[in-house]
Design a protein around this ligand. Structure first.
Ligand code: SAH
Length: 356
């Protein structure tokens, strides 16, 4: 319930003063009782937002074939960890597992791990993936020490970001405060020196908002280290850009945008992903990309797959199928907004879909 959460946030700010945007996002999304993702009905046509795997099975099939091909190219290590971060309803993993049966030996060697903090969504995932042996973890650090093949779709956008604005040699952090009428509002804290931001945003002019995703960088760093040490590859798919500045904090509720400070816990509060920061955090793993999702899926053969599936469809089902293909790939839909970054080991074979 958002009222209870709003009260908790107000109490917190009364106690300690204005909180960072990251702390605000954590309350909204991850509070164990009232956090947005703790309720299971958020994702999909009936929820607040729809994701690529919920649009069409073709998305997960392409990712499944990519993972199987890359595993094969890496010498078919067995056993290996097949992991997904933030699996939502489990749809992507279900489609991955179905498509990957095309490569004998892959599923037999895979230990399936889902990194998920929401107990409500874990229940949905358990149902979607019934019949498969699945392990759950709250943090990547728990993943077994083995070669790692991992995917994360719309995961990094859901992690708490901090926002700053440059004023000369200093950076002011954007905070969430209580207004006189007790509603939530933004304010800028006193500017202070921050050499990390100086390094990351050399060209950012005065007044522009920049965003950092400390947890995202930590997770990418852990994955990069594991892949560099044990082999494997990771695929991060999300809205955002290689490099970028500006305020991208947004909230979605019932497929419409919303003020991020309204109804905490009842809207999906996210930010665009700055892939460059993830790629740099993942060293010594080799980062490949980004490429636009539409280009990536076309290179993996989504159009041929769409044609095969279309043969069995007619009427409204066919219309929906054609629309889903367009939605995933077209530059004016998800094709350009969503970008794909891969990680793999130094000296590992070229990755499909990246024109290496
Ligand atoms: N990948 C899914 C769902 C995206 S929504 C899809 O494409 O449909 C974001 C997902 O990340 C949810 O499953 C949410 O519970 C999970 N999540 C958010 N923060 C997390 C964290 N810190 N650790 C693990 N999972 C998290």
């Amino acid at each position: 319930m958002s009222e209870a959460l709003e009260r908790l946030i107000r109490n917190r700010i009364s106690e300690i003063g204005p909180i960072s945007v990251a702390e605000y996002m954590s309350w909204c999304l991850a509070h164990p009782e009232h956090g947005y993702y703790m309720a299971p009905g958020r994702i999909g046509a009936a929820g607040d937002f729809t994701t690529a795997p919920e649009i069409s099975q073709m998305f997960g099939e392409m990712i499944g074939l990519w993972l199987a091909q890359v595993w094969h190219d890496h010498g078919r290590p067995a056993p290996f960890v097949l992991a997904e971060l933030g699996p939502g309803r489990g749809t992507l993993m279900r489609d991955i597992l179905r498509a990957a049966t095309a490569l004998p030996g892959f599923l037999e060697a895979a230990e399936i791990w889902l990194v998920e903090t929401s107990t409500g969504l874990r229940d949905v995932q358990r149902e979607t993936l019934a019949g498969h042996a699945v392990h759950w973890a709250e943090r990547v650090e728990v993943l077994p020490d083995a070669p790692l093949f991992l995917v994360a779709n719309e995961f990094f956008d859901a992690l708490p970001i901090r926002q700053y604005s440059r004023t000369g040699d200093f950076w002011a952090e954007r905070k969430v405060r209580l207004e006189a009428d007790k509603s939530l509002g933004f304010q800028w804290a006193r500017p202070v020196a921050n050499p990390d931001l100086d390094r990351s945003f050399v060209a950012a002019p005065d007044g522009v908002i920049v965003e950092v995703n400390p947890l995202g960088e930590h997770v990418a760093g852990w994955i990069g280290k594991r892949i560099a040490e044990r082999g494997g590859a990771a695929l991060f798919i999300d809205y955002g850009a290689w490099d970028g500045t500006g305020d991208t904090l947004q909230a979605l509720r019932q497929h419409a945008s919303y003020d991020p400070l309204d109804a905490p816990g009842e809207a999906d509060v996210t930010a665009h992903v700055r892939f460059r920061a993830l790629a740099e955090a993942a060293r010594p793993a080799r980062a490949v990309g980004t490429v636009p999702q539409g280009v990536f899926l076309e290179r993996l053969g989504i159009t041929a797959r769409a044609q095969v599936l279309a043969r069995g469809l007619k009427g409204e089902a066919l219309t929906n199928h054609v629309a889903a293909h367009r939605r995933l790939t077209h530059p004016e839909e998800m094709g350009n907004l969503f970008q794909v970054l891969a990680l793999t080991g130094e000296g590992a074979p070229p990755l499909p879909g990246f024109d290496e």
